[in-house]
Design a protein around this ligand. Sequence first.
Ligand code: NAP
Length: 246
Amino acid sequence: MRKFGLIGYPLGHSFSKKYFTAKFEREGLDTCQFDLYEIPQLSDLKMVLAENPELEGLSVTIPYKEQVIPLLDALDPACAAIGAVNCIKVNGGRLTGFNTDYIGFKDSLNAWLKGEQIQALVLGTGGASKAVKQALKDLGINYVSVSRVADAEKNQIDYQQLNQDPHYLQKHHLIINTTPLGTYPTTEQMPEINPDWITGMHKVYDLVYNPEKTFLMRSLEARGALVKNGLEMLELQAEAAWKIWN
Ligand SMILES: NC(=O)c1ccc[n+]([C@@H]2O[C@H](COP(=O)([O-])OP(=O)(O)OC[C@H]3O[C@@H](n4cnc5c(N)ncnc54)[C@H](OP(=O)(O)O)[C@@H]3O)[C@@H](O)[C@H]2O)c1
């Protein structure tokens, strides 16, 4: 049996398990299995690897995305810059870390933009925003961060500045939501962005994928913006993990 799995704690419902189990069935990969390894401390990873010598790849989720880095033998360069790992390739006991959120977002955004020259606003400064910002850097797209707390040193404005100075939305036509606002079940929420300044020039990429069309997407689409949710990113990151493991 070829084994793959997810480490984290606690592990509730898992997109990866559902995705890979369905993929293995659909593609007749009946020698492959995907398991959940709920480990209360990261030191248990050693035991998981020892007990499952057939393991070829692991996904990593909360709270180990950063903590796992010192335990790895090698790191993909983009992943080192982001400072978080969500995918490990296991090869003869050697562990290499990757960040597939970065790969999924970068590939999906690049295809969506079709080479358009554009500047971005990145809403939110959490874990996902780090992968997004590294992807923007590598695609050569300039961006300004928007947070509830401004920080001039980090080129980071707050929502008040965004809504008081029209130049931000006039100059930055790509709006990327990396906050969880609008996610089911609190679907009638969105980041504080004034729809009045949105035009047909704007594109909105929302990392949220449930619901399919978020309140942010609906509000800005009503002003003419082109919108996209995070589903493609989610699927591309899973397929990126599969490619890395194979
Ligand atoms: N589509 C995909 O494949 C994919 C991949 C990864 C993540 N995601 C989604 O992306 C979202 C963010 O994930 P994450 O891991 O980065 O989450 P996170 O670390 O919890 O942080 C998101 C950021 O959102 C901002 N934020 C949080 N609550 C807010 C509020 N009430 N009002 C305004 N801003 C708020 C915060 O930034 P400030 O403190 O700077 O305001 C926070 O750092 C989640 O919904 C996740 O499901 C999707």
